[in-house]
Write a protein that binds this ligand. Structure first.
Ligand SMILES: NC(=O)c1ccc[n+]([C@@H]2O[C@H](COP(=O)([O-])OP(=O)(O)OC[C@H]3O[C@@H](n4cnc5c(N)ncnc54)[C@H](OP(=O)(O)O)[C@@H]3O)[C@@H](O)[C@H]2O)c1
Length: 246
């Protein structure tokens, strides 16, 4: 399915483009030369999405494999992705609050966060990495979180979110190993955006030492993404490009 088109036909794809960071990635990428299109993907098109042929928005149920297969076909018609950013994620929703202690952990909260934070990005990797060009540099990266680092966990808490991001990190590592065999110039990485002012962080960010705007965080992460080399594939990097321990 990979399209070996001219590099100036490369497209950038942002999955979760309606979210705080996803939307900021789209805005930053639309200002970068070299992308024929910046494609937003999400479960619903934001009501204020621009009516711009260079910024198509594809709607799909991101947890449904048939819908993802159809999404891959629709993307393939638009061009070969030089960049796929997975900016989906969940920390809280009605009835679901990050746990302070193991006694608050429920099967429902664990299942829900694993579904959105690990299963969903894994299915995106499964269906969209075959679209990456075979013989050129290309990047697929997912937004993880430093709290998903097992080595860095000194505070505990947020059990389901932390565990789901740790699972995501392992899936990204597995995907990177496969990619190195099939597409040696492609890079697959996990990214930590820092604390960013979005609906995901709003209830919890008051104690944070610094809070970035989504545009600031997206711009910093894109600099990191553009500097990644094949040898970095399978890694976990923060907004300054520093490696985060697993
Ligand atoms: N903000 C921070 O401080 C921070 C810190 C560390 C890591 N992160 C990570 O950064 C990523 C982006 O977060 P954000 O801060 O931009 O949060 P956000 O504004 O809440 O955006 C979350 C995105 O995930 C999508 N999403 C959630 N559940 C979904 C589902 N079941 N199916 C399809 N899409 C779903 C949302 O889609 P809709 O638009 O359709 O709701 C939205 O696009 C997440 O992975 C998060 O864990 C954020």
């Amino acid at each position: 399915m990979a399209l070996d088109q001219e590099p100036d036909q490369r497209i950038a794809v942002v999955v979760g483009a309606g979210g705080g960071l996803g939307r900021a990635f789209v805005e930053e990428l639309r200002g970068e030369p070299g992308w024929a299109k910046v494609v937003g993907v999400g479960r619903r098109r934001p009501t204020d999405w621009p009516d711009d042929p260079r910024l198509p928005f594809l709607v799909a149920d991101l947890l449904d494999e048939q819908a993802l297969a159809e999404l891959a076909s629709a993307l393939a018609k638009l061009g070969a992705p030089g960049l796929i950013l997975i900016a989906t994620g969940l920390l809280h929703e009605p009835g679901l609050t990050p746990e302070k202690a193991m006694k608050a952990v429920t099967a429902a909260s664990l299942s829900r966060l694993f579904e959105v934070n690990a299963v969903l990005p894994a299915l995106i990797c499964k269906h969209l990495t075959p679209l990456l060009p075979r013989h050129e540099r290309a990047v697929i990266a997912a937004l993880s979180a430093r709290v998903g680092s097992i080595g860095d966990n000194r505070l505990g808490g947020w059990h389901a979110y932390r565990a789901s991001k740790a699972a995501l990190n392992m899936l990204i590592r597995c995907q990177a190993i496969e990619l190195s065999r099939e597409r040696p110039l492609a890079i697959c990485a996990a990214l930590h955006p820092g604390t960013v002012d979005t609906p995901l962080s709003t209830p919890f960010a008051r104690g944070a030492r610094s809070i970035a705007t989504p545009r600031e965080a997206a711009a910093k992460l894109l600099k990191v993404v553009h500097r990644l080399e094949a040898a970095d594939s399978g890694g976990f990097f923060d907004y300054d490009g520093a490696a985060v321990p697993w």
